[in-house]
Write a protein that binds this ligand. Sequence first.
Ligand SMILES: *Cc1c(COP(=O)(O)O)cnc(C)c1O
Length: 425
Amino acid sequence: MSRSDDLFNRAVKVIPGGVNSPVRAYGSVGMTPRFVEGATGPYIFDADSKKYIDYICSWGPMILGHNNQDILKAVIRKAESGLSFGAATEIEVEMAEFICENIPSVEMIRMVNSGTEAVMSAIRAARGYTGKNKIIKFAGCYHGHSDALLVKAGSGVMTAGVPDSAGVPAGCTQDTLTAVYNDLESVKALFEEFSGEIAAVIVEPVAANMGVVLPAPGFLKGLRDICTQEGSVLIFDEVITGFRLAFGGAQEYFGVQADLVTYGKIIGAGMPVGAYGGKREIMEMVAPAGNVYQAGTLSGNPVAMAAGITQLKILKEHPEIYTHMEETGKALFGGMERLLKETGKPWTMNSIGSLGCLFFTSKKVENYEDAKASDTKAFAEYFQYMLEHGVHLAPSQFEAIFLSNAHTEETTQETLRIFEQFLRR
Ligand SMILES: *Cc1c(COP(=O)(O)O)cnc(C)c1O
């Protein structure tokens, strides 16, 4: 029995399902999870000291690769002055100034501790600002685990086969309307039916929690126009895409500006950080400037800020990182697509920049219904094969492959070699 198996046996006795976040349990691929001992660059090492090329990258935060020394040093230096004070610190101002200077749509920003909190708070601000209650989300988009958003929520929720969570009273989701990703008509229909009642439209500008689904040309711009016309707040949930598609996230990549943006993952560089920001007049609704209450004992934690701002500054100062990841993405995802063709497999590859997903379906994947048509048994075989041969993919059909700046030509060639073996086995 491996050490990971031992650890998992201990874990299931004292942690629900043995993990602190569901998708880590490998449930949807019918395995028990590998426990991680450490990581460096593009590699992780499990509890049995086996090495893997890692394509989870902590679900995005480790965009510079694991164990980046500049970030580590910044964290240690900051920690030496104390871990938390529950009072304002200079580095919080630096972080807010840095983001407001570099992200055009963000005039003010509030730091929180997770993506879930960022989205929950952004929605509260949008409701406070508009005085309206209803929100529109898209089927298959994940926005964290707050009650109102656990409706057709993709990701771990989808994998677990619990489309709507137990423990969420109907009252909490009665104002959550669901539209179809890439279908502007479905959004217009909701605006017609609930005219004057919709506070916000929230979207993952690239959906990355139902696999990876790209916005169709004109989709994001269409949402922008509808929200402007209807006086609703457009929220881009850039918890994955922020600082990834480009430094300015999806807003920069697609040239569409949201009213509010939520961040998480990369912004904390591996520390628990989220943030929401945007138009001054909306953000000034937030307490203590305004009467939309939102607070956090550890929000803006100096050690977490030190990690995040160090990573963001490196990304800002080195635009070649984005070129490198784009090229790695083209080589890896393009290479996988070529091998699918060569071996006559009908599966669908979706990708953009450093995000990719192999869907085990022969049809195009443009929304949640398409994604759900994937053969998850076939996915599980692929996952197992890749893992056994040293490639650590996300253990679910409905998650993304994440690249970092530390992935190289070498990791790409090795991954493609194993993928080809899998296809020809
Ligand atoms: C991960 C994620 C969240 C939730 O962030 P947590 O830090 O896990 O709470 C919200 N939205 C999107 C798009 C995400 O990918």
